[in-house]
Design a protein around this ligand. Structure first.
Ligand code: FES
Length: 249
């Protein structure tokens, strides 16, 4: 693992959670007993990162430690271990580019070249403060490789052209659409579904009422129920055998 240091200079001297974050802090702290509050350190660091423009300054980590009554070093250990916590400033839109094998085999190297060309070196923040990027390990969307995560959204099935267009739109404040950037729905096959395409599989028309073999048989319908004269009504009574006397006559 790379050595990760705080950017002490950029962090300033103070940090305060936003007032609207207090409710979320209370939610996470409420999950743990009073003597186990430090278990909330990761969610609180995550909220602090969100309130600090996408990275954790040293005062932000101290604030988390104070809230949870933890030694500062314990919070620093967590923040420096997990790469989801960033220890230096990032752009308004921070690109995490997956460079792990499936994405690499599907063109992540070419996406990296786009980031270098359009943003600069990893963790460099553009002059307009809008973009920065870094390479990360698998983000769990390998089936849609290659992909990047920008802030909280995944952008998948990328090409150098589509990534370049997304970065251009973000730079100019235009909307972007997360998800696959080709003709596919989520992780379904490119170009549309190729199996289970028969609509009758899903409209209920194949549903049959089935009977369990060991259930008692339902009673035969009575003449009143069928509306037929008694002679015509179905019956399951056994036909009476003629007696010997009747045969004779
Ligand atoms: S390898 Fe890139 S998302 Fe898994």
């Amino acid at each position: 693992m790379a050595l990760r240091r705080f950017d002490l200079e950029a962090g300033g001297d103070s940090f305060a959670f936003k007032s609207e974050t207090e409710e979320k802090i209370a939610f996470w702290r409420g999950k743990y007993p009073a003597d186990k509050q430090r278990s909330a350190v990761i969610p609180l660091l995550w909220l602090a990162q969100k309130d600090n423009n996408g990275w954790l300054s040293e005062p932000a980590m101290r604030e988390v430690a104070n809230r949870l009554e933890m030694p500062y070093i314990r919070v620093y250990e967590v923040a420096t271990f997990y790469t989801m916590f960033r220890l230096q400033p990032v752009g308004k839109f921070h690109v995490q580019l997956c460079g792990t094998t499936p994405c690499q085999l599907r063109g992540a190297e070419r996406l990296k070249e786009v980031c270098k060309k359009e943003i600069g070196k990893p963790m460099f923040v553009t002059d307009d403060q809008r973009l920065s990027w870094e390479e990360v390990e698998c983000l769990g969307a390998c089936v849609n490789a290659p992909m990047v995560q920008i802030n909280d959204d995944f952008f998948e099935d990328l090409t150098p052209e589509s990534l370049s267009a997304i970065l251009g739109r973000l730079r100019h404040g235009a909307d972007v659409t997360p998800g696959p950037q080709i003709d596919r729905v989520n992780s379904a096959p490119e170009g549309g579904t190729t199996v289970l395409t028969d609509a009758s599989l899903f409209d209920g028309s194949r549903t049959r009422v089935s009977a369990l073999p060991n259930l008692p048989k339902p009673p035969e319908p009575t003449p009143e129920a069928t509306g037929l004269p008694e002679a015509d009504a179905p019956t399951n009574t056994k036909r009476e055998e003629p007696t010997s006397k009747e045969i004779k006559s």
